[in-house]
Write a protein that binds this ligand. Structure first.
Ligand code: MN
Length: 314
Protein backbone atom coordinates (compact mmCIF):
# COMPACT_ATOMS: atom_id res chain seq x y z
CA UNK A 1 0.00 0.00 0.00
CA UNK A 2 1.15 3.51 -0.56
CA UNK A 3 -0.12 6.89 0.49
CA UNK A 4 -0.17 9.59 -2.15
CA UNK A 5 -2.35 12.16 -0.39
CA UNK A 6 0.42 14.02 1.39
CA UNK A 7 2.23 14.79 -1.85
CA UNK A 8 -0.64 16.97 -3.03
CA UNK A 9 0.57 20.20 -1.38
CA UNK A 10 3.84 21.74 -2.46
CA UNK A 11 5.53 24.39 -0.37
CA UNK A 12 7.07 27.33 -2.19
CA UNK A 13 9.80 29.75 -1.11
CA UNK A 14 11.37 27.31 1.31
CA UNK A 15 14.37 28.76 3.10
CA UNK A 16 15.09 26.08 5.68
CA UNK A 17 16.30 22.57 5.06
CA UNK A 18 14.04 20.80 2.58
CA UNK A 19 11.10 19.23 4.33
CA UNK A 20 10.73 15.56 3.81
CA UNK A 21 7.24 14.35 3.34
CA UNK A 22 5.80 13.60 6.78
CA UNK A 23 2.73 11.45 7.24
CA UNK A 24 1.05 11.60 10.66
CA UNK A 25 -0.39 8.27 11.77
CA UNK A 26 -3.03 8.86 14.45
CA UNK A 27 -3.46 6.36 17.31
CA UNK A 28 -6.59 4.41 18.14
CA UNK A 29 -7.54 3.20 21.60
CA UNK A 30 -7.41 -0.56 22.10
CA UNK A 31 -8.00 -2.54 25.32
CA UNK A 32 -5.02 -4.82 25.97
CA UNK A 33 -5.38 -8.47 26.92
CA UNK A 34 -6.44 -10.40 29.95
CA UNK A 35 -9.30 -10.12 32.37
CA UNK A 36 -8.39 -6.59 33.39
CA UNK A 37 -7.99 -4.62 30.19
CA UNK A 38 -5.36 -1.92 30.07
CA UNK A 39 -5.99 0.70 27.39
CA UNK A 40 -3.23 1.30 24.84
CA UNK A 41 -2.90 3.70 21.92
CA UNK A 42 -2.01 1.83 18.74
CA UNK A 43 -0.41 3.40 15.68
CA UNK A 44 0.80 0.25 13.90
CA UNK A 45 -0.62 -1.58 12.13
CA UNK A 46 -3.32 0.62 10.65
CA UNK A 47 -5.27 0.88 7.47
CA UNK A 48 -2.87 3.08 5.53
CA UNK A 49 0.37 1.60 6.85
CA UNK A 50 1.20 -1.88 8.15
CA UNK A 51 4.98 -1.71 8.46
CA UNK A 52 7.85 0.72 9.04
CA UNK A 53 10.90 -1.31 8.10
CA UNK A 54 10.18 -4.57 9.93
CA UNK A 55 8.36 -2.71 12.76
CA UNK A 56 4.82 -4.07 12.55
CA UNK A 57 3.18 -3.11 15.83
CA UNK A 58 3.36 -0.01 18.01
CA UNK A 59 1.41 0.39 21.26
CA UNK A 60 1.88 3.39 23.57
CA UNK A 61 0.41 3.32 27.06
CA UNK A 62 0.26 5.52 30.14
CA UNK A 63 1.32 7.36 32.13
CA UNK A 64 -1.39 5.65 34.12
CA UNK A 65 -1.93 5.49 37.86
CA UNK A 66 -1.76 1.82 38.72
CA UNK A 67 -3.89 2.41 41.83
CA UNK A 68 -6.71 3.37 39.46
CA UNK A 69 -6.09 1.10 36.46
CA UNK A 70 -4.88 -2.02 38.25
CA UNK A 71 -1.72 -2.09 36.13
CA UNK A 72 -0.62 -4.64 33.56
CA UNK A 73 -1.74 -8.26 33.94
CA UNK A 74 -1.12 -10.07 30.66
CA UNK A 75 -1.37 -13.82 31.25
CA UNK A 76 0.56 -16.37 29.17
CA UNK A 77 -0.15 -16.04 25.45
CA UNK A 78 1.71 -17.21 22.34
CA UNK A 79 3.69 -15.47 19.60
CA UNK A 80 5.20 -16.57 16.29
CA UNK A 81 7.31 -14.96 13.59
CA UNK A 82 8.20 -11.77 15.46
CA UNK A 83 10.33 -10.11 18.10
CA UNK A 84 8.68 -8.20 20.95
CA UNK A 85 10.41 -5.02 22.13
CA UNK A 86 9.44 -3.78 25.60
CA UNK A 87 10.53 -0.24 26.50
CA UNK A 88 9.35 1.62 29.60
CA UNK A 89 9.33 5.28 30.60
CA UNK A 90 8.00 4.53 34.10
CA UNK A 91 7.18 1.48 36.19
CA UNK A 92 8.43 -2.08 36.19
CA UNK A 93 7.12 -5.17 34.40
CA UNK A 94 7.97 -8.78 35.18
CA UNK A 95 8.52 -10.94 32.11
CA UNK A 96 8.37 -14.75 32.11
CA UNK A 97 8.47 -16.99 29.05
CA UNK A 98 8.38 -20.62 27.98
CA UNK A 99 12.13 -20.82 27.28
CA UNK A 100 12.60 -20.19 31.00
CA UNK A 101 13.45 -16.48 30.95
CA UNK A 102 12.53 -14.41 33.97
CA UNK A 103 13.44 -10.72 33.75
CA UNK A 104 12.29 -7.28 34.78
CA UNK A 105 11.77 -4.45 32.32
CA UNK A 106 12.60 -1.03 33.71
CA UNK A 107 12.87 2.45 32.21
CA UNK A 108 15.87 2.70 29.89
CA UNK A 109 16.22 -1.09 29.64
CA UNK A 110 15.37 -3.20 26.61
CA UNK A 111 13.64 -6.54 26.82
CA UNK A 112 13.76 -8.25 23.43
CA UNK A 113 11.97 -11.55 22.96
CA UNK A 114 12.46 -13.43 19.71
CA UNK A 115 9.42 -15.64 19.20
CA UNK A 116 10.67 -17.35 16.06
CA UNK A 117 8.86 -20.68 15.58
CA UNK A 118 6.86 -20.11 18.78
CA UNK A 119 6.99 -18.96 22.39
CA UNK A 120 4.57 -18.11 25.20
CA UNK A 121 5.07 -15.32 27.74
CA UNK A 122 3.43 -13.32 30.52
CA UNK A 123 3.87 -9.66 31.48
CA UNK A 124 2.80 -8.36 34.88
CA UNK A 125 3.56 -4.99 36.44
CA UNK A 126 5.25 -5.36 39.81
CA UNK A 127 3.67 -4.36 43.16
CA UNK A 128 6.17 -1.49 43.51
CA UNK A 129 4.91 0.11 40.29
CA UNK A 130 2.82 3.24 40.88
CA UNK A 131 2.86 4.71 37.37
CA UNK A 132 2.99 2.57 34.25
CA UNK A 133 4.15 4.20 31.04
CA UNK A 134 5.85 2.71 28.00
CA UNK A 135 5.89 1.15 24.59
CA UNK A 136 5.15 -2.36 23.36
CA UNK A 137 6.59 -2.88 19.90
CA UNK A 138 6.84 -5.81 17.52
CA UNK A 139 9.33 -6.50 14.76
CA UNK A 140 8.35 -8.94 12.00
CA UNK A 141 10.95 -11.60 11.25
CA UNK A 142 11.91 -12.04 7.59
CA UNK A 143 11.19 -15.31 5.79
CA UNK A 144 14.79 -16.43 6.34
CA UNK A 145 14.53 -16.19 10.14
CA UNK A 146 10.91 -16.55 11.11
CA UNK A 147 11.23 -20.16 12.29
CA UNK A 148 14.35 -19.47 14.35
CA UNK A 149 14.56 -20.87 17.90
CA UNK A 150 12.90 -18.65 20.51
CA UNK A 151 15.25 -16.54 22.66
CA UNK A 152 15.22 -13.63 25.08
CA UNK A 153 17.73 -10.78 25.51
CA UNK A 154 18.05 -7.91 27.97
CA UNK A 155 20.15 -4.82 27.21
CA UNK A 156 20.75 -1.51 28.98
CA UNK A 157 21.95 1.14 26.50
CA UNK A 158 24.17 3.95 27.72
CA UNK A 159 22.47 7.37 27.40
CA UNK A 160 24.47 9.46 24.92
CA UNK A 161 24.44 13.27 24.95
CA UNK A 162 23.72 14.75 21.54
CA UNK A 163 23.32 18.45 20.69
CA UNK A 164 19.97 19.50 22.14
CA UNK A 165 19.19 16.24 23.88
CA UNK A 166 19.98 12.68 24.92
CA UNK A 167 19.71 9.45 22.93
CA UNK A 168 19.38 5.84 24.09
CA UNK A 169 19.83 3.45 21.18
CA UNK A 170 18.35 0.06 22.06
CA UNK A 171 18.30 -1.54 18.58
CA UNK A 172 20.79 -0.94 15.76
CA UNK A 173 23.77 1.36 16.18
CA UNK A 174 25.96 0.07 19.01
CA UNK A 175 23.26 -2.18 20.45
CA UNK A 176 24.48 -5.79 20.61
CA UNK A 177 21.06 -7.43 20.58
CA UNK A 178 20.19 -9.57 17.61
CA UNK A 179 17.98 -8.34 14.80
CA UNK A 180 17.29 -10.12 11.54
CA UNK A 181 16.79 -7.11 9.27
CA UNK A 182 18.52 -3.68 9.41
CA UNK A 183 16.75 -1.78 12.21
CA UNK A 184 16.98 1.27 14.44
CA UNK A 185 15.22 1.80 17.77
CA UNK A 186 16.06 4.69 20.09
CA UNK A 187 14.59 6.92 22.77
CA UNK A 188 15.40 10.59 22.21
CA UNK A 189 14.92 13.15 24.97
CA UNK A 190 14.69 16.57 23.35
CA UNK A 191 15.72 19.57 25.49
CA UNK A 192 14.97 22.11 22.76
CA UNK A 193 15.81 20.87 19.27
CA UNK A 194 17.67 17.87 17.90
CA UNK A 195 18.89 17.20 14.39
CA UNK A 196 19.99 13.68 13.47
CA UNK A 197 21.25 12.22 10.22
CA UNK A 198 19.20 9.24 9.05
CA UNK A 199 20.08 6.24 6.92
CA UNK A 200 18.26 7.18 3.69
CA UNK A 201 17.81 3.49 2.83
CA UNK A 202 15.55 3.21 5.91
CA UNK A 203 12.01 4.37 6.43
CA UNK A 204 11.39 5.83 9.91
CA UNK A 205 8.65 6.56 12.39
CA UNK A 206 8.83 9.09 15.22
CA UNK A 207 6.48 8.04 18.02
CA UNK A 208 5.85 11.04 20.25
CA UNK A 209 5.68 10.23 23.95
CA UNK A 210 5.82 13.75 25.40
CA UNK A 211 5.21 16.74 23.18
CA UNK A 212 3.98 18.06 20.85
CA UNK A 213 7.15 17.65 18.84
CA UNK A 214 7.74 19.18 15.43
CA UNK A 215 9.07 16.45 13.11
CA UNK A 216 10.68 17.92 10.00
CA UNK A 217 8.30 20.86 10.28
CA UNK A 218 5.09 18.91 10.97
CA UNK A 219 3.65 18.92 14.49
CA UNK A 220 3.00 15.52 16.05
CA UNK A 221 1.01 15.19 19.28
CA UNK A 222 1.69 12.61 21.99
CA UNK A 223 0.94 9.05 20.80
CA UNK A 224 1.04 10.11 17.15
CA UNK A 225 3.55 8.41 14.85
CA UNK A 226 5.21 10.63 12.25
CA UNK A 227 6.27 8.59 9.22
CA UNK A 228 9.33 9.53 7.17
CA UNK A 229 9.78 7.67 3.88
CA UNK A 230 12.89 6.09 2.39
CA UNK A 231 15.21 8.80 1.11
CA UNK A 232 14.85 11.07 4.16
CA UNK A 233 18.39 12.09 5.09
CA UNK A 234 17.82 13.83 8.42
CA UNK A 235 15.22 14.34 11.10
CA UNK A 236 14.74 17.71 12.81
CA UNK A 237 12.93 17.37 16.13
CA UNK A 238 11.76 20.52 17.91
CA UNK A 239 10.53 20.02 21.46
CA UNK A 240 10.93 19.96 24.36
CA UNK A 241 9.69 16.43 24.43
CA UNK A 242 10.48 12.77 24.23
CA UNK A 243 10.13 10.42 21.27
CA UNK A 244 11.00 6.93 20.11
CA UNK A 245 12.71 6.82 16.72
CA UNK A 246 11.94 3.58 14.88
CA UNK A 247 13.58 2.83 11.56
CA UNK A 248 14.43 0.03 9.24
CA UNK A 249 15.00 -1.15 5.71
CA UNK A 250 11.65 -1.88 4.07
CA UNK A 251 10.82 -5.52 4.81
CA UNK A 252 9.78 -6.23 1.24
CA UNK A 253 7.56 -9.11 2.31
CA UNK A 254 3.85 -9.39 2.85
CA UNK A 255 3.01 -10.55 6.35
CA UNK A 256 -0.19 -11.76 7.92
CA UNK A 257 -0.83 -10.62 11.49
CA UNK A 258 -3.68 -12.10 13.46
CA UNK A 259 -3.97 -11.90 17.25
CA UNK A 260 -0.43 -12.57 18.50
CA UNK A 261 0.79 -14.42 15.45
CA UNK A 262 2.79 -13.22 12.47
CA UNK A 263 2.70 -15.61 9.55
CA UNK A 264 2.29 -15.52 5.81
CA UNK A 265 -0.89 -17.43 4.96
CA UNK A 266 -4.38 -17.88 6.33
CA UNK A 267 -3.81 -21.64 6.74
CA UNK A 268 -0.57 -21.12 8.67
CA UNK A 269 -2.13 -18.72 11.15
CA UNK A 270 -5.15 -20.98 11.67
CA UNK A 271 -2.70 -23.80 12.44
CA UNK A 272 -0.92 -21.63 15.04
CA UNK A 273 -4.27 -20.88 16.63
CA UNK A 274 -5.29 -24.54 16.71
CA UNK A 275 -1.92 -25.50 18.20
CA UNK A 276 -2.13 -22.86 20.97
CA UNK A 277 -5.71 -23.85 21.71
CA UNK A 278 -4.71 -27.52 22.02
CA UNK A 279 -1.91 -26.57 24.43
CA UNK A 280 -4.33 -24.28 26.30
CA UNK A 281 -6.80 -27.15 26.62
CA UNK A 282 -3.91 -29.53 27.53
CA UNK A 283 -4.82 -31.83 24.62
CA UNK A 284 -1.66 -31.15 22.59
CA UNK A 285 0.43 -34.13 21.56
CA UNK A 286 3.42 -31.92 20.67
CA UNK A 287 4.49 -28.65 22.21
CA UNK A 288 5.18 -25.61 20.09
CA UNK A 289 4.60 -22.79 22.58
CA UNK A 290 5.15 -24.48 25.93
CA UNK A 291 4.38 -23.44 29.48
CA UNK A 292 5.54 -20.34 31.32
CA UNK A 293 7.36 -21.43 34.51
CA UNK A 294 6.45 -19.44 37.59
CA UNK A 295 3.14 -18.11 36.30
CA UNK A 296 0.33 -19.64 38.30
CA UNK A 297 -2.80 -18.07 36.79
CA UNK A 298 -4.88 -18.98 33.77
CA UNK A 299 -3.56 -18.61 30.22
CA UNK A 300 -5.26 -16.54 27.54
CA UNK A 301 -7.33 -18.60 25.09
CA UNK A 302 -7.17 -17.70 21.42
CA UNK A 303 -10.13 -15.73 20.08
CA UNK A 304 -12.34 -17.29 17.45
CA UNK A 305 -10.74 -17.16 14.04
CA UNK A 306 -12.66 -15.06 11.49
CA UNK A 307 -14.88 -16.98 9.10
CA UNK A 308 -13.51 -15.02 6.15
CA UNK A 309 -9.97 -15.62 4.91
CA UNK A 310 -7.18 -13.62 6.53
CA UNK A 311 -5.16 -11.65 4.01
CA UNK A 312 -1.51 -10.64 4.18
CA UNK A 313 -0.44 -6.98 4.15
CA UNK A 314 2.74 -5.05 3.80
MN1 MN B 1 3.00 -10.64 24.10
Amino acid sequence: MSNVESTSQLMQCQTEAPKAQVEILAPRDVPLGGLRAMPVRRTLPQRQRSLIGAWCFCDHYGPEDVAVSGGMHVAPHPHTGLQTVSWLFSGEVEHRDSVGSHAMVRPGELNLMTAGRGIAHSEVSTPSTTVLHGLQLWVALPESARFTEPTFEHYVPQPVSIPGGTMLTFLGGDSPVRTFTPLLGAEIRIDDAVELPLDPSFEHGVLVDAGPVSVNGTDAAPSELAYLPVGTEAVHLRGPGRVALLGGAPLGEQILMWWNFVGRTDAEVREYRAQWQSEFERTATATQFGVVPGYTGAWIPAPEVPTTALRPRG
